[in-house]
Design a protein around this ligand. Structure first.
Ligand code: SAM
Length: 227
């Protein structure tokens, strides 16, 4: 995390971002609001100096503590699935670098973000306001959700879960949406759960590879779901 570097965003970086958006669009992202948020967000400011030249590659990169900033395509894919509307109350599980939280805020969400790793929590909590983003930061095990602030319109999990945590579906509002990668250590399916008059409707999308969701994940492998 670039705690002391001057934060600048020049024409070269904007050009690289436009190229990145083109790549993501070619891969199938079509939500113009999501693409505009990626085009606007200076991803390089989330990178340490040693990795700076890689900031606009469509790849995940280390952010310390064994964790990563997600691949831009993955961020765009999850954000598109979440169908964020202006004013939505959104819980993000896995703050990490804070990049995804900023993208959600660009879409007009009121963001609550929770991080399990103390060092990343502290770093990101002090860094994001410096670049103009102040979501509500929480430290703890997000697989339990955030009961004190629930319910949420949308919940986004940015680490791979072995099962769908019960706490997260319980903390969704009616018509609320949960997007979560679920599966084994090596790969997970992207799952979207929509709560519809109390019932959970499940949709399954492509495979992705996330770092694992840590903590005490309590849920069912085959969740109560109607399709
Ligand atoms: N959203 C992040 C970003 O934009 O940089 C990327 C997140 S990284 C792929 C996954 C993050 O989830 C890591 O920072 C990790 O420490 C965090 N994490 C893992 N398990 C968690 C849990 N149970 N609760 C909260 N955060 C968790």
């Amino acid at each position: 995390m670039p705690q002391n570097r001057m934060i600048e965003d020049n024409y070269r970086q904007r050009g690289l971002r436009n190229k990145l958006v083109k790549i993501i669009r070619q891969k199938g992202i079509s939500d113009e609001r999501v693409l505009a948020a990626i085009a606007k967000m200076p991803r390089h400011v989330f990178f340490d100096d040693a990795l700076l030249t890689h900031a606009y590659e469509d790849k995940a990169f280390p952010i310390g503590e064994g964790q990563t900033i997600s691949q831009p395509y993955t961020v765009a894919f999850q954000t598109q699935l979440l169908t964020v509307k202006q004013g939505d109350k959104v819980l993000e599980v896995g703050t990490g670098s804070g990049y995804q939280a900023c993208i959600l805020m660009e879409l007009g969400a009121k963001v609550y973000t929770i991080e399990y790793n103390k060092k990343l929590f502290e770093q990101t909590k002090s860094f994001l306001p410096r670049i103009g983003y102040s979501p509500f930061f929480f430290y703890g095990d997000g697989s339990k959700g955030l009961p004190s602030k629930a319910p949420f319109d949308k919940i986004l999990v940015t680490a791979g879960a072995p099962v769908i945590p019960d706490a997260l579906t319980e903390q969704l509002k009616d018509n609320g949406v949960l997007v979560i990668p679920v599966g084994g250590r090596d790969r997970q399916s992207m799952i979207r759960i929509t709560k519809s008059t109390g019932k959970l409707v499940k949709e399954e999308f492509d495979y992705f590879a996330f770092v694992p969701l840590l903590g005490k994940v309590v849920g069912k492998k085959i969740h109560r779901v109607t399709t």
